[in-house]
Design a protein around this ligand. Structure first.
Ligand code: PRP
Ligand code: URA
Length: 209
């Protein structure tokens, strides 16, 4: 069974309160999604392997560490996942970015794929799938399935807010994928929205409603 990591860091929790507030402007919402993503990325990459290197300082030789092992890719689920990319790229300037376009059919709540463009060597990379919301889990489950079909093997999922229903669906479909969230909310409403949640993440990032 995969692990669910809930980040209770005070900075993340403070910023999340601003995101949830319905009076937060599009500008501030975008900025805070990006800041939370950077902070979450810092925590979610804590287990990256490092190797020892020797660095010549102006004074002596220092034993230092650099990231070792497999290369990383981040894969935002369009649209809302795009809002999380900048913050992560700030921390990892050379990270490769794949794009996966999915939207949730408003009637059936089933994910519909419209775009898939991954780095060529995706099967050799550790992948972090990013999307602000894990609701029914349909989008995340489908995203991970498409990535596995493309050869990706080591995958993590990073969401800002998750509903218990989405976590359960992911753990059932992909027990090998650990989940990183800033908050685990109460339930889904009859329209598949997370309660209390923050509303429609894509609309709030892009100002489409
Ligand atoms: C939202 C969100 C997730 C999905 C979560 O995207 O960004 O991708 O819903 O819901 P689920 O867990 O029930 O699948 P949406 O379909 O609204 O598309 P958008 O990002 O283009 O607005
Ligand atoms: N997608 C969103 O953007 N918000 C929700 O609450 C559920 C799905």
């Amino acid at each position: 069974m995969s692990k669910v990591h809930v980040f209770d860091h005070p900075l993340i929790q403070h910023k999340l309160s601003v995101l949830r507030d319905k009076s937060t402007s599009v500008k501030e919402f975008r900025e805070i999604i990006s800041e939370i993503s950077m902070l979450m990325c810092y925590e979610a990459t804590r287990d990256l392997p490092v190797e020892e290197i020797q660095v010549e300082t102006p004074v002596d030789t220092a034993t230092c560490y650099q990231i070792a092992g497999k290369k990383l890719a981040i894969v935002p689920i369009l649209r809302a996942g795009l809002g999380m990319v900048d913050g992560m790229v700030t921390l990892m300037p050379n990270v490769k970015v794949g794009h996966l376009g999915l939207f949730r059919d408003p009637e059936t709540l089933e994910p519909v794929k419209y775009y898939f463009k991954m780095p060529q060597d995706i099967s050799e990379r550790d992948v972090i799938v990013v999307d602000p919301m894990l609701a029914t889990g349909g989008s995340a489950v489908a995203a991970v399935t498409f990535l596995k079909e493309a050869g990706a093997r080591h995958i993590k999922l990073m969401d800002i807010i998750a509903a218990p229903e989405g976590v359960e669906a992911m753990q059932k479909a992909h027990p090998d994928v650990d989940i990183y969230v800033a908050a685990l909310d109460d339930h889904l409403n009859e329209h598949g929205y997370i309660v209390p949640g923050l509303g429609d993440a894509g609309d709030r990032i892009f100002g489409t409603k």
